[in-house]
Ligand binder design. Sequence first.
Ligand code: SF4
Length: 284
Amino acid sequence: MKIKVVIDEKSGVCGGVSRAIRMIEDKMNSVGTDNIYVNGELLHNRLEMERLMDCGLKVEEDVQKIKEGIIFVRTHGVAKKILENAVQNDNEVIDATCPKVSKSQNIIEEYFNKDYQIIIVGKENHPEVQGLLGFCNYEGICVMKESDINRIDLKKRSLIIAQTTVATSLFERFINMISEKIKDLEIAMTICPFVEKREEELIQFAKEYSVIIFIGGKNSSNTKVMFEKLSQYNVRSYLIENRNEIDYSWFRENDVVGISGSASTPIWQIKEIKNVIVEYFKNK
Ligand code: SF4
């Protein structure tokens, strides 16, 4: 069967993730891998995490258990208090929080200290949001659906801010709904520009190919947002995490297949999937 497979040339990990991976690899190369930890998944990509762990990186969410280690703070960030606890055990703490997430943390802390109610558009159990809540004494209100607005004190002056990877349209919807109810509302635009730009690029990419294979961690928020978006523009879009999930009945004669991935999908995974598909159809 004749098919063509094309990689999205704009795919690959975002700046924040590539910075964190680079920081860890540099440290491993300079001091060895005996006691290098990260406080949870550095990124939501199982295969890349496995690769780093094969190189020696250890994952330990409870940093109080680590003694005399080197602890990298994951790209999603972490509450300030947890960092303070980590330093107490003679650990070296290296902050690999994405600078865009650090910016959100600083804004939240500043407004919380000025006695603003903090409203976060994002998933409460997402690591980035858990970290953000740690900058307002866990008193922020997380909203993801309309009924969540009922938990907001409409009499308080408030700051509304977004998890960096939520869809812009969702954030705008909440701004519109809440600004009608709260007079004194400050808005912090913290959606990652990389994510916003990728949305547009992926829509364009989805329109250009017969089939889309999108690679990303099933536990990655960014993967879900991106995949939902592109599948609106190409009904033959499929989300996979690894090569074992490819179903070859997805493809038809003369298809031009586009392969792309989320902000946490390294380019080596995208190339691997392309090779697997090309190999499969070589002699069919
Ligand atoms: S998606 Fe944006 S905010 Fe999230 S880690 Fe990447 S660069 Fe940072």
